[in-house]
Design a protein around this ligand. Sequence first.
Ligand code: SF4
Length: 506
Amino acid sequence: MSQAFVDSVLSLIVRTSTDLPPDVRSAMQVAMAQETPETQSSQALSIIAQNVDLASAGEGAICQDTGMPTFEVKTPVGANQITMKQQFRDAVAEATRRGKLRPNSVDSITGENSGTNLGPGTPIIHFEQWENRDEIEVKLILKGGGCENMNVQYSLPSDLAHLGRADRSLEGVRKCILHAVWNAQGKGCAPGAVGVCIGGDRTSGYVGAKEQLFRTLDDVNPDPRLADLEAAIMGEVNKLGVGAMGFGGRVSLIGCKIGVLNRLPASFFVSVAYDCWAFRRLGVVIDAQTGEIRRWLYRDPAKPVAAMADQAGFRRTGREVVLTTPLFEAQVRDLKVGDVVLVSGRAFTGRDAVHHHLMNHEPPVDLRGAVLYHCGPVVARDGEGWKVTAAGPTTSIREEPYQADVIRRYGVRAVIGKGGMGARTLAALAECGAVYLNAIGGAAQFYARTIKAVEGVSLMEFGTPEAMWHLRIEDFPAIVTMDAHGNSLHKDVEQASAQELAAIGR
Ligand code: SF4
């Protein structure tokens, strides 16, 4: 069954990366219906919907961050897990070679990318055995770094900002979950879903929280106490007003799933796994003899999937500001928080490795008047050149220790990213005449279509996602969320939602 099994796992990976499961689609449809029309959040949801359609139609990655592949496997007693582990690795490497997974496995000390998604600890594979069943169940979740960074573990009792004391009780757990959603703001690409584990130790708590994400969003917890808590959270959490991408809005969360593990008497952990709207999770049941797929989990291949978006393309209002690079100080200082811009011309990608590099080295290109895009794209060879196949923004706050210096030293006029940045960057924007533009996190297919050419690449030694790509973009839509006048939508939404959090928590 060797090759057939590899092919089945490969199909699972490709489908998971490119096609959002039906329960997540319907939760996102509800979110779209609830959001106030013509707001920044509804615009974000509309782009997300188009992105989901583009990804499934073209079998492209829904988000360029295809995350940490995590497999949950159940096998018949006696199945050879050593062989199977190698087959999972073969399928992951092949999916990466085909551009369905971004090379995401880097050496934690040197930063070197293996290029295959293989390495110590990647992919993650958990095996369990079951009796009286002759088939193999494989479930897969692809959870990206932006939302993974929003995971949090509380040790109760604890004092939580804006909520006061959280005790060792379900009420304390409720406060922790509300706090986690508020704290994520737009950095985890809201609206998200949370898997929660009450109890366990520090390790099993996080594993248990992630396991909750394998439940469908519309199921009902068999434990009535937890079912009540899940319903209570979903009933009140959207009052926070975080909204899609943290733009402020009516929908901040699309699902809350809670499990419980026994704990040591001295410990009471509440572990929260935050997943973004690009909640990629599917499964298959495989014939243990032939290696072929018997049936799919979470989706019915016989049922046609309805389109999420009611129209293709960016919904223009006529009020968009058209920007062409290089940008000049006066035109950037004209921009205000809330303006929607369409950017054309040259943009350079740069994320963690590039920002760190620029602290001690001159940039490989002239960044005066430039647009710097926080993005780690999926890029494939195209003859002698390159083609970007997925290119949404990455979480900008990681670059906060560097961004102000990069703007001051090299004359960058616009930074595109997601989730917003902090006070140091805001001060540099005002001082130098620059703006922060928020693109829609995870909308990798949508933005890939605004990239008309790859004109070059620098710093390739950092690996594909971390290199500096020279992109020719056309009508790239984004929202000014931090301007050159000291205004930040992110700061405003965080403060307003903190007040709501305090009111809900009472
Ligand atoms: S949608 Fe956002 S948080 Fe999710 S994987 Fe993509 S970039 Fe990361």
